[in-house]
Design a protein around this ligand. Structure first.
Ligand SMILES: C[S@@+](CC[C@H](N)C(=O)[O-])C[C@H]1O[C@@H](n2cnc3c(N)ncnc32)[C@H](O)[C@@H]1O
Length: 366
């Protein structure tokens, strides 16, 4: 058991981080020291009042102001810790743990380490018997991550290595081929790392990529298929909508985090294995006439207008044009309106030869 994993519950001790919530709901985080003081304009809170108290206790400052003292959860910590690079949000970290099937005792590779948010979730999931190898090409980010992980856990875990360098160059010398259970890629260009990832993963091992844009998602999916070394990739995104629940006012919150990233997972095939589905249906990395055909309105389930409904639309357009243009009692307007309606009818007649949904002319555009 790694000592670093001991500090997440029980009465407060020296060195623990504590979130103090005051009467107005403002939150301050302090690290407890024997004899330490937390100064506010509402008086002084002695750390010694907090040390030894149960988690989630109410403690009182010298002026009689009460604070709720709670140990930050991992979610609280990652959302407020110093950031070098953008972090993986808790909603996505939870999905990464589930979809990549991170288990106690697993050997996991992670790149890049960024601010260390995901490292903390991974370390927690693999427990003291697992190993996490993290790679980061920017040494200042690696330093931020090491600082954050050590601050939360109270020490730098013995089962965590941080290598400064590009994954493509560093991974082959850091792990034995086929020895890694899970690989987590959170970076701009995961497709550049697929070969080294495939070499490092054990057969059946899981690769998960966290990517921010659809263009990256498409690129990594196609690159992964081209290797022929993985199962068919699965893609998803996770949206969490919080709710306001108070009395009769029970509704979704007005604001939410709209987009963070996409997840793509695939499993490493055994050497030489070709899944039966792939034998039947070769992977398509380009689009053909058949693909384009699949986007026609009929194929998408949109109804094509029948000749009858098209004629009805023409009559309605005619009438609308006439009504609009006759409204100022200008006798010439009737003539113009008739000619507009004729143009509408001509356009529809043309389109009847090759009916296309959405080709019904708008009289105001004619
Ligand atoms: C979005 S951040 C990772 C955030 C991190 N997962 C977290 O939760 O805090 C992406 C990081 O990947 C690093 N990176 C990009 N490509 C890399 C590569 N090929 N090898 C190692 N690190 C890489 C970048 O320097 C950057 O710090």
């Amino acid at each position: 058991m790694n000592d670093a994993f001991r500090r997440q519950s029980g009465p407060f001790r020296e060195g623990d981080r504590v979130q103090l919530t005051g009467p107005k709901g403002h939150l301050n985080t302090v690290t407890l020291e024997a004899g330490g003081e937390f100064h506010t304009h509402r008086g002084i809170l002695q750390h010694d009042v907090v040390i030894g108290a149960p988690d989630a206790s109410v403690v009182t400052s010298s002026n009689g102001v009460e604070y709720l003292a709670m140990r930050p959860l991992l979610t609280d910590f990652v959302m407020s810790m110093p950031r070098g690079a953008a972090i993986v949000y808790p909603k996505d970290a939870a999905q990464i743990l589930a979809q990549a099937d991170i288990f106690p005792g697993a050997t996991v590779v992670e790149a890049g380490v960024g601010s260390g948010a995901l490292s903390l979730w991974l370390l927690r999931a693999i427990g003291g018997t697992g190993v996490l190898h993290s790679f980061e090409r920017r040494d200042e980010f690696a330093d931020v991550a090491i600082g954050n992980v050590s601050a939360f856990l109270g020490a730098r875990p013995a089962n965590w290595t941080v290598t400064v360098g590009d994954l493509v160059e560093s991974l082959p010398s850091a792990v034995e081929p086929g020895s890694v259970d899970r690989v987590v890629l959170d970076m701009l260009a995961p497709w550049e790392c697929l070969d080294v990832t495939a070499d490092a993963l054990t057969p059946g091992g899981v690769l998960i990529c966290y990517i921010a844009t659809v263009t990256q998602l498409s690129r990594v999916a196609e690159a992964l298929r081209r290797t022929g070394l993985f199962t068919e990739p699965q893609s998803s995104e996770t949206m969490v909508r919080t709710w306001h629940v108070e009395g009769l006012a029970v509704r979704p919150d007005h604001r939410m985090i709209g987009h963070t990233g996409f997840l793509l997972t695939a499993r490493r095939l055994a050497p030489g294995a070709i899944p039966p589905q792939l034998k039947r249906r070769p992977s398509k990395t380009d689009y053909s006439d058949a693909d384009v055909e699949a986007w026609t309105p009929g194929a998408l389930g949109e109804r094509l207008p029948t000749d009858k409904s098209l004629r009805k639309t023409v009559r309605e357009a005619h009438a609308a044009a006439k009504a609009a243009m006759s409204s100022d009692d200008d006798p010439e307007a009737d003539v113009v309106a008739d000619s507009v309606a004729d143009s509408v009818a001509d356009s529809v007649a043309d389109s009847e030869e090759a009916p296309v949904a959405g080709a019904i002319p708008n009289p105001t555009d004619v």
